[in-house]
Write a protein that binds this ligand. Structure first.
Ligand code: PMP
Length: 332
């Protein structure tokens, strides 16, 4: 790689071009070859740098985002961190509506990055005035010269991954990828990356990861939002209690749901065996990959790419804290 040689003008120039690392031990018992796309190598330590920068650059180009403007967003933390970083470099104010499910580490990080943070209850309906969607909308309405990023309903979220993550994986695997396993939240990563890869080779399978307690898998199968599916769960950034338009369900072949407990143990196993320190949803992606393998989805020839969305340091008070694991009843 040549990108880190010499002087880099701004931290924002380092967004994207993340490494693809072969997994050795965690997938040893599965048929095929497995590689992790480590999005924690982005300067904001998550895949969200890609969409945040793409949406902000687009708004600047269109003249929507003007000098001294305020960026407003709904976020489980990662998009907020990326936006806070971009706001500092480009000179904007940043106000974030964050779910109270987000780890304290993430909230502290956002405040350290100079963002104004509004904590909102996670377990209320999306149209409840207390929900982080409604709080963000109200802040946007009341703040002059503000722009609402709206990642759940913004086509540019898909486009960012279509233009960057997809081409990177295609190149890094020399076009040999056969399966992509991706955590689905807003759906931007899976939809944009999957769309690009399927355009290169329509036989590539796009395998989604959803959470027990979320509506995405059932919606993909039936076209209906089943309220009975909605239950509280702990994994941040995975699954939803609404249907985001930033998810292109036609690109996704199948979804698997994972539990909080399985995802937590899978993340801890990645650390201990691969030396990679991933976030909670990376554990969910590994767990789902194992569930797909149990469904006989892979052969010896499979080239499987797992996207690891963020860094484990954001979960020190959660999955990497034994007390928290015990409090959840995960250690029996
Ligand atoms: N993992 C984490 C940690 C996230 O914050 C998100 C974003 N909500 C995702 C996975 C899912 O990515 P996407 O929103 O592109 O579906």
């Amino acid at each position: 790689m040549t990108r880190n040689q010499g002087i880099t003008n701004s931290i924002l120039d380092l967004v994207g071009e993340t490494p693809l690392i072969r997994l050795h031990k965690v997938t040893k018992s599965l048929k095929g070859s497995y590689f992790a796309k480590i999005e924690a190598f982005n300067p904001g330590h998550s895949a969200k740098d890609r969409i945040a920068l793409h949406i902000v650059n687009d708004a600047e180009k269109k003249g929507i985002l003007k000098k001294g403007a305020t960026i407003v967003e709904t976020t489980s933390g990662n998009t907020g961190f990326s936006l806070a970083m971009i706001s500092i470099v480009k000179g904007y104010k940043c106000i974030l509506a964050v779910s109270d499910k987000s780890s304290q580490d993430k909230i502290d990080l956002l405040k350290s990055m100079g963002a104004e943070v509004h904590i909102c209850p996670a377990n209320v309906a999306p149209d409840d005035p207390r929900s982080y969607y409604e709080v963000a909308k109200t802040i946007h309405r009341k703040t002059k010269n503000s722009v609402y990023i709206n990642q759940y309903f913004n086509e540019l979220n898909i486009e960012a991954h279509y233009k960057t993550t997809g081409p990177e994986i295609w190149k890094q695997t020399d076009g040999k990828i056969t399966h992509l396993v991706v955590a689905s939240g807003t759906g931007g990563t899976i939809s944009g990356t999957g769309k690009y890869l399927k355009e290169q080779n329509p036989n590539i399978k796009i395998l989604g990861v959803d959470a027990v307690g979320s509506v995405l898998k059932r919606y993909h199968e039936t076209g209906e939002l089943d309220q009975n599916e909605i239950k509280p769960y702990k994994i941040e950034g995975l699954g939803k209690n609404l249907i985001p338009t930033a998810t292109d369900f036609d690109v996704i072949d199948i979804y698997e749901k994972v539990t909080d407990k399985d995802a937590a143990f899978a993340a801890r196993e990645i650390v201990k065996t691969e030396g990679i320190f991933p976030g909670y949803t990376s554990g969910a992606v590994l767990q789902a990959t194992r569930q797909y393998a149990a469904l006989d989805m892979f052969s010896d020839e499979s080239v499987v790419v797992l996207i690891f969305p963020d860094h484990g340091s954001r979960y020190m008070n959660k999955i990497y804290n034994d007390k928290w694991m015990k409090s959840q009843g995960f250690f029996e």
